[in-house]
Ligand binder design. Structure first.
Ligand SMILES: NC(=O)c1ccc[n+]([C@@H]2O[C@H](COP(=O)([O-])OP(=O)(O)OC[C@H]3O[C@@H](n4cnc5c(N)ncnc54)[C@H](OP(=O)(O)O)[C@@H]3O)[C@@H](O)[C@H]2O)c1
Length: 117
């Protein structure tokens, strides 16, 4: 995750390796700090999930075989937007609507068009 995403969460996420990319001197127990996406990938011990924000998604999507998208139904004021071509080269593989108590949430899984079956 990027530094801003980490700061918006405010703590390491439990039960997984937390890698933050930043040029800053951020340090905290439970975080591993990397200077680039490629360093982060080398540091990862298991399957890698890129969890944002915008610049991390934009750079890392080229390394990804799958994209898991959660669409929260409703109208919101937003200050971050995904690049419009982020899903170029991906196909919608699965979609599921869940009633979350007060609104519908849609989970979409995209896979690379050329991913082996
Ligand atoms: N809805 C979602 O799925 C979702 C997901 C994630 C985040 N968010 C939200 O989006 C906001 C944060 O996103 P954001 O786009 O502003 O920021 P971000 O990508 O989380 O963080 C940007 C910072 O991360 C570091 N960084 C990014 N790419 C890097 C790279 N390739 N190499 C080294 N450092 C790199 C830099 O930190 P330094 O400036 O320290 O060098 C950069 O300023 C938050 O409000 C968060 O809650 C939403």
């Amino acid at each position: 995750m990027g530094r801003n995403t980490y700061e918006s969460i405010g703590r390491p996420l439990p039960g997984r390796q937390n890698i933050v990319v930043t040029s800053s001197s951020l340090k905290r127990e439970g975080l591993e700090i990397c200077r680039s996406i490629s360093e982060a990938v080398e540091t990862a011990r298991r399957e890698v999930f890129f969890i944002g924000g915008v610049s991390v998604y934009a750079e890392a999507v080229n390394l990804c075989q799958r994209v898991y998208e959660t669409v929260v139904q409703g109208e919101f004021i937003c200050d971050r937007f995904l690049p419009f071509d982020l899903l170029e080269g991906f196909l919608l593989y699965n979609t599921e609507d869940i009633w979350a108590g007060d609104r519908w949430v849609t989970f979409n899984e995209y896979r690379r068009a050329n991913e082996p079956a």
